[in-house]
Design a protein around this ligand. Structure first.
Ligand code: FAD
Length: 388
């Protein structure tokens, strides 16, 4: 057994479980405070991997996410590799495109590459001498009484480690959260929406973006929709959101084209008919889950952040951004309560649960707004008025 418990005079050990977006950023926040930080990630080091699988190729970084990056000195580095999206670009069935700005002139959200963001954050965490990244460590179980964690290694062996604080950043299907479920007065709900999602690539055209790059493109079709976000290599990642039963109805390449011809005709020449026929069947559609729970902590031993605490459906573009904001909120409470985990953790639950639940509700609301209301004349009129 490895034992990381601190000796007298040593800084406490914080174990961050999950080296995804929120875990890697959180490691920086704790390291900045001087804690001995151990990150445990089930995957291999994605900086050396040939293929990096995440929940999406790119994502929208907005103000709350940027604020958190700024706290650890990473904002400029990430923003410089992002593509500003000033407005939504609505694609009508006729092919007509109409922009709807996100805010006032000059305001925008950024399309960023998920894998690059994760890599940069891991590299930043590693610059702190008091941080160690432990890849190929899958949390199996942990004790709320002792803080002892058991990790499975790829060779079948097990490692046991103790920490003063366990920070569960291990995503929507959190292994850390499993212990919470065994306890009394833990509220938990999980909802799968009927829609799944599939990513398709729109290649560059004559070396340039095939569509206007500074927009989040949306093809709202009421019961389903497609969106596209730009990438630095001048491709777009298109994401088709549709009920699983509709995905399953399409079983041949010709049916894919027929479907696109009916609903997204302008996208066929841009993605390419052959690529569409091939890529539609490359991976099955992925599920989307919304998780709400409370409290976010157990005693002074463990706290949940990011998707482990609040997985939200992606239609508000705020899952990661809210997870990043969790890190700032926790950090501010650490200041107020002098890093006393016994006081910080309950306060974090008190402050953060209502806000995260509100984001989850807004995301669920936007699930309808983006695919249906965004189509209505009233919505377009209202957005124009909002932005005058
Ligand atoms: P994750 O990214 O899931 O990372 C969890 C990490 O924990 C992973 O590295 C995993 O390998 C590791 N792990 C899991 N189990 C264990 C274990 N037992 N032991 C050790 N490690 C473990 N959000 C936005 O803000 N903007 C967007 O535009 C946006 N678009 C999205 C589009 C789609 C299609 C989807 C599905 C989500 C989108 N999101 C977006 C949400 C965003 O992806 C999540 O909110 C974000 O990834 C949460 O980060 P996280 O670090 O909490 O969890």
């Amino acid at each position: 057994m490895e034992d990381s418990a601190p000796r007298p005079g040593e800084k406490k050990v914080v174990a961050v479980v999950g080296g995804g977006l929120v875990g890697a950023l959180n490691a920086c926040f704790f390291a900045k405070r001087g804690f001995q930080v151990e990150v445990y990630e089930t995957r291999e080091d994605i900086r050396c991997a040939n293929v990096v699988r995440g929940r999406s190729i790119n994502l929208a970084l907005s103000h709350r996410g940027r604020q958190a990056l700024k706290h650890v000195g990473m904002e400029e580095k990430i923003v410089s590799k992002g593509i500003p999206m000033n407005a939504r670009m609505i694609h009508a069935l006729s092919g007509k495109q109409s922009p709807i700005p996100y805010g006032k002139k000059g305001q925008y959200i950024l399309s960023v590459d998920r894998a690059n963001l994760n890599k940069e954050l891991l590299t930043e965490a590693e610059t702190y001498p008091n941080t160690k990244l432990n890849f190929d460590h899958k949390l199996q179980d942990w004790s709320a009484e002792t803080g002892l964690m058991t990790f499975a290694r790829p060779d079948g062996s097990k490692t046991q480690v103790r920490a003063d604080l366990i920070v569960g950043c291990d995503g929507a299907f959190s292994a850390v959260r499993k212990q919470f479920l065994r306890r009394s007065r833990f509220n938990y709900s999980q909802t799968y929406i009927p829609h799944g999602y599939m990513e398709l690539t729109m290649p560059p055209k004559h070396g340039e973006f095939a569509m206007k790059p500074n927009y989040l493109h949306i093809w709202p079709r009421n019961t389903f929709m497609m969106i596209a976000l730009p990438n630095l290599d001048k491709t777009f990642t298109c994401t088709l959101f549709m009920p699983f039963e509709e995905f399953e109805k399409i079983t041949t390449g010709d049916e894919v084209i027929e479907f696109f011809q009916k609903y997204f005709p302008d996208a066929i020449p841009l993605i390419g008919a052959d690529a569409l026929k091939r890529d539609y069947f490359r991976l099955p559609a992925q599920a989307m889950v919304s998780v709400k729970c409370s409290p976010y902590h157990i005693g002074d031993k463990c706290v949940l952040m990011g998707d482990a605490a609040h997985a939200v459906v992606p239609f508000y573009g705020q899952g990661m951004n809210a997870g990043f904001e969790d890190c700032i909120v926790f950090d501010e409470i650490m200041n107020r309560f002098n890093e006393d985990f016994g006081a910080v953790l309950p306060e974090y639950t008190r402050v953060r649960v209502p806000d995260d639940h509100a984001i989850a509700d807004l995301a669920m609301y936007n699930y309808v707004e983006m695919r249906a209301h965004v189509n209505s004349k009233w919505f377009i009129f209202r957005k124009h008025v909002d932005n005058l």
